[in-house]
Design a protein around this ligand. Structure first.
Ligand code: FES
Length: 261
């Protein structure tokens, strides 16, 4: 970094690991200019473009939508494209960036998300509509939409999954991200297999493996609540047959206008 800059600078400590040359990860420090509006992702780009082209990280949208830039910043998972660098600096003007915890490191800040996606597919994340689905549209009441608790806004960034200590213990656990998606499908009046879903989640690696540590809530950049979703699934699993029957009745009226309240 030259001394002609009019901007203050920040120290960015990054965990590095090259599987071809390193036996284990190590920390490396860089110095970047602290321009107004600089995000943590901007700092990583600055380093990669002007200081060390070998620095490896994932990102795509830069607007907190694609979920690819989740990293461990100062001990907390977050989307670095949505993190102001200035607000993340400690009193020494430093920030520490590591890859998401509990996942194998491929290189530098890039982790292997295979178990994340395998568990996601395990809960059949797609909607399964009834065979006699309405030709035009499904009707959902405001209450039914509210019951989804914004779960549809999950961007699959992995921040919750890699903050979960149960995931740290075993990759057999379905995980908060996939259980949140299962909750979304179970609660959706358009889905025709809620009973099958609840039965699948009832095993030792499903809803009962959660220890309500709440790390997933703290980590979610979209302010979602996987813990509450898991708790709801537990309760529904205990009255699975009645819930399934209620869904069958509900689906006889999927194309009818919602009665005024
Ligand atoms: S780059 Fe897409 S969420 Fe950050």
């Amino acid at each position: 970094m030259g001394n002609n800059s009019t901007h203050p600078t920040a120290i960015v400590r990054i965990q590095r690991f090259n599987p071809e040359t390193d036996a284990k990860p190590h920390m490396q420090e860089f110095e970047v200019e602290l321009k107004p509006g600089t995000t943590v992702l901007d700092a990583l780009h600055e380093i990669k473009t002007h200081q060390d082209g070998s620095l490896t990280f994932r990102r795509s949208c830069r607007h907190a939508i694609c979920g690819s830039c989740a990293m461990h910043v100062n001990g907390k998972n977050e989307l670095v494209c949505n993190a102001p660098l200035k607000e993340r600096l400690d009193r020494h003007g430093r920030i520490t960036i590591r890859p998401l915890p509990y996942l194998p490191i491929l290189k530098d800040l890039v982790v292997d998300r295979s178990s994340f996606w395998e568990q996601y597919l395990r809960v059949k994340p797609w909607l399964t509509p009834p065979e006699d689905a309405p030709e035009k549209e499904f009707r959902m009441s405001p209450e039914e939409v509210a019951a989804l608790n914004n779960a549809e806004t999950c961007i699959m960034c992995g921040a919750c999954y890699s903050s979960c200590q149960i995931v740290g213990l075993t990759k057999e656990y379905i995980g908060p991200h996939a259980l949140l998606k299962a909750f979304l499908r179970v609660m959706d009046p358009r889905d025709s297999i809620p009973g099958e879903r609840l039965a699948d989640l009832d095993g030792t690696d499903g809803v009962y493996r959660c220890r309500t540590i709440f790390n997933c809530i703290d980590a979610c950049p979209k302010n979602l609540n996987p813990t509450l979703a898991i708790e709801t699934l537990r309760k529904l699993a205990q009255k699975r047959e009645a819930f399934e029957q209620a869904r069958i009745e509900r689906q006889k009226h999927l194309d009818e206008p919602i009665p005024a309240r």
